[in-house]
Design a protein around this ligand. Structure first.
Ligand code: SF4
Length: 371
């Protein structure tokens, strides 16, 4: 760090932010409850998703699983189905595991000690701090993506916040800013500031309550903070998915419980290497499909492509369809022949949901999802 902020910069920030929050804070459903279970659900949903997207999911999730015990008792499939479309499915699996742990370890109650909250699956230091502060009236700092951005700009931190040293410094700032009075309102206020004023692109500085002491604003460098590490190229990978019909039914398989999109259903397939010389793309794809579905299929025909971006790679999903005349492949917990109409009872990833749209008499708009 190039400089140590003065005490008055901390005091100014906290005081003005709280004043602003009392006038402009957002009225959100999870702010109308003191139930730690509901606040926990909202915090997990908000981890990688914006408020506007979370709102309907939050309402639906709580009407399906109104209490911690309801969530623990529900089958994982039902929880994943309620999460469908929200992405980052590990969050849903962790919620389910954590609910079961709370039943086993805390008699079905949400724990009240910070360390106990932190010990639950899917809860890191910042989320535990937010829950303990907002739901339980304790005082713990947070440092999520929004807060990191605000602090990097306010204190003009010109280092990559992912670096260990920088992160440590940001935690210290966050702790020092947290007031003794109203830490819950302060925590909600800094979340609101990051989400509505100090936004990633084009922060709305003229409306900002801490503008007069913001060092990035003073230097005019807010647009390039927080600093990013020199970006690595996001790799691109090809995948194949086979939509295999038998009469009016199609074959679906469940992904392994652990790993990317764990526990979700999909059309069988997998990664395929289309680089290099030799066999044609079509041949490589049909060979990959035969490996995945080793039965007699009349013919695999190209159906379209789906593009999807994950945090660590970009996927092109080559979708092929085929027909199977014989009775092959029994229904199990991991593999099912399902009537097209009943497919919506199963939780699919976003990429495979695009295939579902095509299966259900797509409109022109939906058809454009396929190139
Ligand atoms: S003045 Fe601008 S850059 Fe600084 S904290 Fe406010 S919105 Fe962010």
């Amino acid at each position: 760090m190039s400089r140590s902020p003065q005490q008055n910069e901390f005091v100014f920030f906290t005081r003005n932010l709280l004043k602003w929050y009392h006038a402009h804070g957002r009225d959100l459903p999870w702010r109308r409850t003191a139930d730690p279970y509901a606040i926990w659900i909202s915090e997990i949903m908000l981890q990688q998703t914006q408020v506007a997207t979370v709102l309907p999911y939050y309402a639906r999730f709580l009407s399906r699983f109104p209490t911690l015990r309801d969530l623990a008792a529900a089958p994982l499939d039902k929880v994943l189905k309620s999460w469908e479309g929200l992405g980052y499915y590990a969050r849903a699996r962790h919620l389910h595991r954590a609910a079961n742990e709370m039943v086993a370890r805390f008699e079905g109650n949400f724990p009240s000690r910070f360390e106990e909250i932190l010990s639950l699956p899917g809860i890191g230091r910042s989320t535990a701090g937010a829950i303990a502060t907002i739901a339980l009236g304790q005082r713990h700092p947070i440092l999520d993506g929004n807060v990191k951005r605000v602090l990097c700009r306010y204190f003009c931190v010109e280092e990559d916040p992912k670096k260990k040293e920088t992160e440590k410094q940001l935690w210290q700032f966050s702790e020092k800013l947290l007031p003794r009075k109203e830490p819950d309102h302060y925590t909600q206020a800094i979340m609101d500031l990051g989400a509505t004023i100090c936004t990633p692109a084009e922060p709305r500085c003229p409306l900002c309550p801490v503008r007069n002491q913001c060092k990035a604003f003073e230097k005019g460098v807010q647009g390039r903070l927080p600093m990013k590490a020199l970006g690595k190229r996001v790799p691109e990978r090809d995948y194949v998915a086979g939509v295999l019909f038998r009469g009016k039914r199609v074959l679906i398989r469940r992904r392994p419980a652990k790993g990317l999109l764990g526990g979700l259903w999909e059309f069988p397939g997998g990664q395929v290497d289309l680089d290099g010389k030799g066999r044609s793309v079509e041949k490589k794809i049909t060979e990959a499909l035969r490996k995945e579905i080793p039965w007699r299929v009349d013919q695999w025909s190209p159906w379209g492509k789906v593009k999807h971006t994950f945090t660590h790679f970009k996927m092109t999903l080559h979708v092929y369809s085929g027909r199977s005349g014989e009775r092959q492949g029994q229904n199990t917990d991991e593999q099912k022949w399902v009537d097209v109409e009943a497919l919506s009872d199963y939780a699919f990833s976003s990429a495979h949901q695009k295939i579902l749209l095509k299966l259900k008499e797509p409109t022109d708009g939906q058809r454009r999802l396929f190139s």
